[in-house]
Write a protein that binds this ligand. Structure first.
Ligand code: SF4
Ligand code: SF4
Ligand code: FES
Length: 401
């Protein structure tokens, strides 16, 4: 898996932003490239690039997990100290290139994407570039185009999440053309998809960009259960001109662990890649159909228990809109018993096997309602198995709980 850009939060409540230096856990290669990014050896200045490894130290501190961590605030150990601690993990040595972000020159490790440059070296506004199909713990998918920027000399807008920086590249992030394009992406998605449970970042971007899906008219009637799944590729019927097309349809509840609410699906492909080559390598789901009838489906549209799904829930973990969620969350929302404002998150270590995956227990009103893993954790990179993701209900039955 590509590890450029480090690992960070993803999913409905994770948003999409660059990980802070202190959030990097056991990902020395990521922080070593960060060290190079300002050409000053350590974030915020300090020793030269050749001494950047001096900021990597063994992690024996309480609560820390991983082989080595970068500690920008720590003192750099000398050579003897480093050798005494065993093999030193060196970050990948990467040349830097110079790019201009809205008129300001910055240096960034060669091979970085424009989005990584914006996250690492940009202003807060530039770092807040909207994304939907990108996640810091996944390879770029390049599907939604909400992250586009202008690049001098390029005929079309380019997706910043996937386009690599080139030396001398001039990037513009806030032109009228960029803002209009981002608004149209968000608006067309919101016109046909229920974005009510999308991440807080997505909600904020829709407001910031002035998204107004109602100008396309009232939504068309929802499809009946299974109707969209039966549509023939390439046979999309023209809209009636009075209503806006919609992907609304009943929620698919066919197992005890998670639901698929494709009325909220923006076809970002994150779940497909998480189930496939980005994490799980199970390939239980894929895109079916074409055009507006495209949808995420199991093989032959069979129900999940008959599919190849192993219920790892990694698709849930990356879904940005709430289309995929645990049955527990779905039921609580349906019962008007969902309280995200009161939610606390406690990090612990999974007790089911010896791998040592970090778990984040999401607790509402004294009850575990979801389990995730930190996207920057060097064991999981945010991905879990069925036991870690769903095997928490026995905790509620402990005496005194
Ligand atoms: S739960 Fe895991 S195996 Fe099943 S569809 Fe999602 S990612 Fe694939
Ligand atoms: S269901 Fe899959 S394709 Fe649809 S929004 Fe969620 S992650 Fe993206
Ligand atoms: S976030 Fe860049 S194309 Fe989707």
């Amino acid at each position: 898996m590509t590890t450029t850009g480090g690992k960070g939060p993803a999913g409905p409540d994770g948003g999409s932003r660059a990980p802070e230096p202190g959030e990097i856990d056991g990902a020395p290669e990521a922080d070593a490239s960060r060290t190079e990014s300002n050409g000053s050896g350590t974030p915020g200045g300090g020793p030269g690039a050749g001494e950047g490894v001096g900021t990597l130290r063994r992690s024996n501190g309480a609560g820390a997990v991983g082989v080595t961590v970068a500690d920008p605030a720590g003192s750099a150990p000398g050579p003897a100290e480093r050798l005494a601690g065993g093999p030193v993990m060196l970050g990948q040595i990467r040349r830097t290139v110079t790019v201009t972000l809205d008129g300001t020159e910055v240096r960034i490790p060669e091979g970085s994407t424009i989005l990584e440059a914006l996250h690492r070296e940009g202003t807060p506004e530039q770092a807040d570039t909207p994304t939907l199909c990108w996640a810091p713990n996944m390879d770029p998918i390049n599907a939604c185009r909400v992250c586009v920027v202008e690049v001098e000399g390029s005929r079309a807008l380019v997706p910043s999440c996937a386009r690599k920086c080139e030396d001398g590249m001039e990037v513009r992030t806030a032109t009228e053309k960029v803002r209009h394009s981002r608004r149209m992406v968000l608006e067309l998605l919101a016109s046909s998809v229920d974005m009510d449970q999308a991440s807080a970042d997505v909600q904020r971007w829709m407001t910031d960009y002035g998204v107004d899906p109602d100008r396309y008219g009232p939504p068309a009637a929802p499809a009946e259960a299974g109707e969209r799944d039966r549509r023939h590729a390439g046979h999309h019927h023209a809209p009636d001109g009075r209503t806006r097309a919609t992907v609304a349809q009943p929620v698919k509840v066919d197992n005890d662990l998670y639901v698929r609410d494709y009325s909220r699906c923006i076809m970002c492909y994150k779940c497909v890649n998480a189930c496939g080559t980005d994490a799980q390598f199970t390939f239980a789901i894929a895109a079916a159909g074409r055009g507006f009838d495209a949808r995420i489906a199991t093989e032959h549209d069979v129900e999940l228990p008959e599919s190849a799904c192993v219920y790892c829930g990694n698709c849930i973990g990356v879904c940005p809109t709430g289309a995929l969620k645990s049955v527990a969350e779905h039921d609580k929302r349906e019962a008007d018993d969902w309280h995200p404002d009161e939610e606390s998150v406690t990090t612990t270590v999974c007790s089911f096997c010896g791998v040592g995956c970090n778990l984040e227990l999401h607790v509402q009103r004294g009850e575990i309602v979801n389990v995730t893993s930190p996207s920057d954790h060097s064991v999981t990179y945010g991905h879990l198995c069925i036991k870690g993701r769903f095997g928490f209900r026995h905790v509620q039955n402990l005496p005194g709980s």
